[in-house]
Every structure is written in C-alpha cells, then in structure tokens.
Design a protein around this ligand. Structure first.
Ligand SMILES: [Ca+2]
Ligand SMILES: [Ca+2]
Ligand SMILES: [Ca+2]
Ligand SMILES: [Zn+2]
Length: 348
C-alpha cells in the first residue's frame, strides 16, 4: 500500500487470460423474496472520509476504534442464490476466517473477518454498477462486466494487488485491513477494469502510471457517486485517496495519494504510483471541466484504445480523439487542455 510497494504493477504483460464468461443477470430463484432484498453493514466509503475525524486509528482491528455512526446499512445487490458473497459482478473468497453469511451481513463490524468480505463485495458491485450507469455494457462496450474474483489473504504485507494471471484481486491485512477502505477496493478494481479493456495493460512505466492514476481516480469517482446516491456524508478532501487505510502510514490529513497534485511531466521519477499523480490530476481536471458523467464516459471509453505499453502522449492523444468522437469539439478542447496543463508532450 505504501508508495514503495509495487501495488498493482502488472508484472507479466504477456500472460494469457481466459476471461470468465459472464453468466448474465443473477436469478432470484432460491432467495426468499423480501421487500428490500439482502442488506449489509458497510462503511460509507471509509470512516475518516465520512466522519472527518482524522484522529481515528486502527487499534489492532478493534471494533471500538470506529464508532457505530461510521457504518450504514445498504442493499447487497446482484447476488446469486448461493447464500454467500457471490453474484453477477463479484465473487469473494477469504483465506482468513469463515465465509460471510448474507443472513448475518447486517451485524458484522470491522473486527469480524466477514466485514471485509462484505465490503469487497459491496464496493466491487458498486463500481461495476457505476460503469453500467455510464453506459458501459449497454450503449458502450462492457468494462469488466463479468464476475470479478476477489480473495482476502492475511499473509500479504500491507499491500493489495490485482494479478493478471487469475484476473483476481487480492486484499491484504497490514495496518488497517485493506478492504475496510472502499477506495482501496475500487482502486484495485480499476486495475481489473484496465486489464479487461486491454489485456496486459501496464507493461511500461508510463502505462503502469496511468493504471495507478485511473485506480485512484475511479476510487474517488465511485465513492463520490455512492455518497450522493445514499446520502452519506463526505467530510474529507475529495481528492484524497484511502483516507482510512493510510492512517497507519501518513500524517493527517491522511491520504495514500492525491488526485489533485501539481505535478507535471517534468516531475516523473520512474515509479508508477508517484508518476500516476501526474495523470490522475489531468483526469480530475477533465471531470471538473465536463462534469463527472461525460468525463468518465470519455476517460473509460478511451482506455479501450490504449496499447499495453502506452506512453502518456499516445494515451492523451487517444483520449482527446475519443472526446471529439463522443461529445464534440468542446469536450476535446477541455481534455486537451487538461493534459497540456500537465505539460504532456505532443499535444497540439
Ligand atoms: Ca477488520
Ligand atoms: Ca492496509
Ligand atoms: Ca477519500
Ligand atoms: Zn494500484
């Protein structure tokens, strides 16, 4: 999770991945129908973001370290009939603790291993629903519109990652358990989206940086969308990624990374997380200029056209062209300006 770790760097670009065939809408068969459907207790993105309390600490995974007001009850959607955390867009397995039971999902707290499993399912589903809402999977091509395998593994260091061998996301438990922070969950899902769009994506430093940037950006976008959708409070700087996971390794206000840095192309250091902050700021500027919906339609759709080892220049040019095609000259001009502000070369 720290900047020095190779979070999400796709190690083997040439790995051939057999994508799981999407099974289509989950059937409700076998689930006793209720008015509201299955519910679960989740964090409202994360407890620091929803409370604004920068003094919260992990306290060795103690339930009492986070007040009950940091939790909300929300619907678990798109589940299959298995009774576990498996459904249309996500399937969660855990190597630590017993598997969560849907029937108990409103009673878990952060000290329970099952809480992270629930968080992983809820937020992967939420992220894919967000992409579906933008038109991906209907008007536009699907972007990882399949069952995403997720594994929670206690043996990892403070790191989570996406592996392109199994196209699986794995969440570690160092410091704050990684899956307790929705922005960590969605960041990793961003890697899965990229890989589904372009197998092996991220095989150059600049492509890897774009991967980290998109994960951070998607985390913020999905969290902001969910906060608005459910009426949850947002009391931390919106540009701050992983406010909760980072309490163990950053100063207050706690951030793993930010998406509003002033870095330009000249500030590259050759490390994907650090250099990703150049790209994520451009994505944030596109969002500010065009609004979330149009910006995110352009940003995600453009990614289908990136080569696995793309440069910033080529990816920026593709994004400008995508904006022109989808939303016209005004959108293309705004996208170009965002990349020019980062001094990415080759944009005229
Ligand atoms: Ca925990
Ligand atoms: Ca952690
Ligand atoms: Ca945040
Ligand atoms: Zn990453």
């Amino acid at each position: 999770m720290a900047l020095r770790t190779p979070r999400g760097l796709l190690a083997i670009a040439t790995a051939t991945v057999a994508l799981i065939v999407t099974t289509g809408p989950a059937s409700a068969t076998g689930i006793a129908p209720t008015l509201a459907g299955p519910q679960a207790r989740v964090f409202m993105v994360n407890p620091v973001q929803s409370s604004g309390d920068q003094s919260l600490t992990d306290a060795k995974d103690a339930a009492a370290a986070v007040p009950a007001t940091a939790y909300a009850t929300a619907a678990l959607r798109n589940l299959d009939s298995s009774g576990g955390l498996s459904g249309r867009w996500a399937s969660v397995r855990s190597d630590t603790g017993a598997s969560a039971r849907i029937a108990d999902a409103t009673s878990y707290n952060r000290h329970d291993d099952q809480f992270e499993q629930v968080m992983a399912y809820f937020w992967v589903n939420e992220a894919q629903e967000y992409l579906q809402g933008l038109g991906f999977g209907s008007e536009l091509p699907g972007a990882n519109d399949r069952v995403q395998p997720v594994r929670i593994n206690q043996w990892g260091a403070d790191n989570s990652f996406f592996t392109d061998k199994k196209a699986e996301i794995r969440f570690g438990k160092g410091g704050v358990d990684d899956a307790e922070d929705a922005e960590v969950v969605v960041h990793e899902y961003g890697h899965a989206v990229h890989h589904a769009q372009v197998p092996g994506f991220g095989s150059s430093v600049e492509a890897g940086s774009i991967g980290e940037a998109f994960g951070d950006y998607l985390a913020v976008a999905v969290g902001e969308h969910a906060a608005a959708r459910y009426g949850w409070p947002l009391k931390a700087d919106v540009a701050c990624v992983a406010d909760w996971d980072s309490v163990t390794y950053s100063d207050a206000p706690h951030c793993l990374r930010r998406i509003d840095s002033d870095k330009t192309y000249a500030d590259r250091v050759g490390e994907v997380h650090a250099d990703g902050e150049i790209w994520s700021r451009a994505l944030l500027d596109i969002r500010t200029a065009l609004g979330p919906r149009i910006a995110d339609r352009i940003i995600v759709n453009a990614q289908f056209g990136f080569s696995p080892d793309t440069s910033f220049t080529a990816a920026a040019q593709t994004t400008v062209a995508t904006a022109q095609k989808m939303h016209g000259k005004g959108a293309a001009d705004a996208v170009r300006a965002a990349f020019q502000a980062r001094a990415i070369p080759g944009l005229i």
